[in-house]
Design a protein. Structure first.
Length: 299
């Protein structure tokens, strides 16, 4: 989550880290959050990221890429339930789903809870994120990578959406922030390619950092508008993504689902929900006034 210069004590540390060391993420320049490292489970430079997985007494197992926390055992459910069930139940009968990024497997786990799903394609650029998440964060995927409906492709999501002939009912961009390998997934060209891959009532969703701290959601909405009749932002609190509620971009050419429809469609989900309810779905689209004005050009 979150961009900027990850200010990392860890880039200086050797593979074996002492129990008293701390991981500092300083993504907004003049401010940082720091996690106590109880134990480093894994650290390496992959082809695309500097990856570290460590244990923290409060957040459980934590995955960071390039000095930016991606996910933690404690609060991942908020992010993964909202990035998947909001578009899936907006659609109502999603059979083919594309996840771009999502290498920790949490979004795939939630997508596969939908009884309507026949195929879920996950495209991640970094095979190491998938393999090490399976090993050190098994509760994220809970076996989803082995589900017969899942197809895992190691590729750049931007290239994939340009070249594939397949169509999808829902596209979920569960990506790193708009820096490094993830930068191409926040461009107008990428959004145009995604729009072309969606079926008639298709829904697009992506993660957009924390709007109190940066304007990623504003830029995403502006870039999505040429391709969709409805472009919105929705919010959810994820403590790890520090600085306030985090934002998701949302786009469709269909009518927005009602609360009554959501209450019927929730039976599509087979499995436990810790955060998502139809009411939380609707409420998440309520925005603070300034953000609402800037996303929807309201005065
Ligand atoms: N929940 C996290 C967040 O909000 O920051 C995202 C976690 S998920 C681990 C992010 C994934 O995006 C990583 O596995 C990374 O490899 C993948 N990724 C980054 N750039 C990509 C690209 N161009 N194509 C496909 N996957 C990409």
């Amino acid at each position: 989550m979150k961009k900027m210069t990850a200010h990392l004590l860890l880039s200086l540390i050797p593979l074996a880290v002492n129990a008293n060391q701390w991981f500092t993420e300083s993504i907004y320049g003049n401010w940082c959050q720091t996690y106590k490292i109880d134990e480093v489970l894994y650290e390496e430079k992959t082809d695309f990221h500097h990856m570290i997985i460590f244990k923290n007494g409060l957040y459980g197992t934590v995955l960071a890429l390039d000095g930016v926390i991606q996910t933690t055992e404690k609060d991942e459910f908020v992010y993964h339930e909202m990035i998947t069930h909001v578009p899936m139940l907006q659609h109502g009968n999603a059979q083919k789903v594309l996840i771009i990024g999502g290498g920790d497997g949490g979004s795939l786990r939630e997508v596969l809870k939908h009884k309507t799903v026949k195929k879920a394609v996950l495209i991640d650029i970094d095979t190491q994120v998938i393999e090490l998440s399976k090993k050190y964060l098994p509760n994220h995927s809970q076996g989803a990578f082995n589900d017969p409906r899942a197809e895992i492709i190691i590729a750049d999501g931007c290239k994939f959406v340009k070249e594939t002939q397949e169509k999808f009912d829902v596209i979920i961009c569960d990506t790193t922030d708009p820096i490094g390998a993830g930068k191409v997934l926040f461009t107008e060209e990428f959004y145009a390619d995604c729009a072309k891959l969606l079926t008639k009532n298709g829904v697009f969703v992506n993660q957009n950092e924390v709007p109190y701290m940066c304007d990623t959601i504003n830029r995403t909405c502006n870039k999505l508008k040429p391709f969709f009749s409805t472009v919105k932002g929705f919010l959810a609190p994820v403590p790890t993504y520090i600085g306030g509620y985090m934002a998701f971009g949302f786009a469709t050419n269909n009518d927005i689902v009602t609360l009554q429809e959501l209450e019927q469609r929730i039976s599509n989900i087979d499995g436990e929900l810790k955060y998502y309810t139809p009411e939380m779905h609707k409420a998440s689209f309520a925005l603070p006034n300034k953000l609402k004005q800037s996303l929807y050009n309201e005065r």
